[in-house]
Write a protein that binds this ligand. Sequence first.
Ligand SMILES: Cc1cc2nc3c(=O)[nH]c(=O)nc-3n(C[C@H](O)[C@H](O)[C@H](O)COP(=O)(O)O)c2cc1C
Length: 204
Amino acid sequence: MIKTFTYKELMQLPSRYRGQLLNKVSGLKPANLIGTLSKTGQTNLAVFNSVVHIGANPPYIGFILRPTTVERHTHENIKETGVYTINQITTAIHQQAHQTSAKYDRSISEFEAVGLREHYHLDFPAPFVTESPIKIGLRFEEEHYIKCNDTRLVIGRVEHLQLPEAAIAEDGSINLAEQDGVAIGGLDSYYSVDLLGRYGYAEP
Ligand SMILES: Cc1cc2nc3c(=O)[nH]c(=O)nc-3n(C[C@H](O)[C@H](O)[C@H](O)COP(=O)(O)O)c2cc1C
């Protein structure tokens, strides 16, 4: 039996059920922690599953921000300081990473609350996550308001990239499975990943 839903039926579902269904239906997503610093020097860390590659030339990465109808510390800090970090979540830290999604008070650092360590690189004024093997430092570039659901696409330029030298192949490729990175299903499920194969540029 195949279960089917029309737009109208989806809109009639209880909101939590619809959220679970739609958050998972597009497949697995990358698992990252975004680290920021407020203008008063308070660090903040939160899990995001919507990080997306925008382009490599020049290097831009984006993420989707939920509606700003409640306090969004990550977004406020990015607007205040112009910088933030994206740090890959591994199997070893995925439970601590998940805990950063709790609504901690502005005065609490999720680094401390969940037991992850801050790492600073050169003079870049945003906190990286020591435990993450792949760390990206970004400078805010632009944001696009998404009218249909009151969200935002926030885009940053990659200013710093830190990862183990051994993880980078001769051609610049990274074996993500070797870094023990995880993928996220919806808002509550974490998966480990295996490499199935690597293929050359496809020709017709
Ligand atoms: C698995 C997971 C993925 C999430 N992804 C996003 C996301 O992509 N965008 C977003 O705005 N919030 C996302 N959230 C919610 C934030 O983590 C949550 O709102 C957090 O409290 C934000 O913290 P902040 O106010 O310190 O920025 C996600 C939560 C979970 C559990």
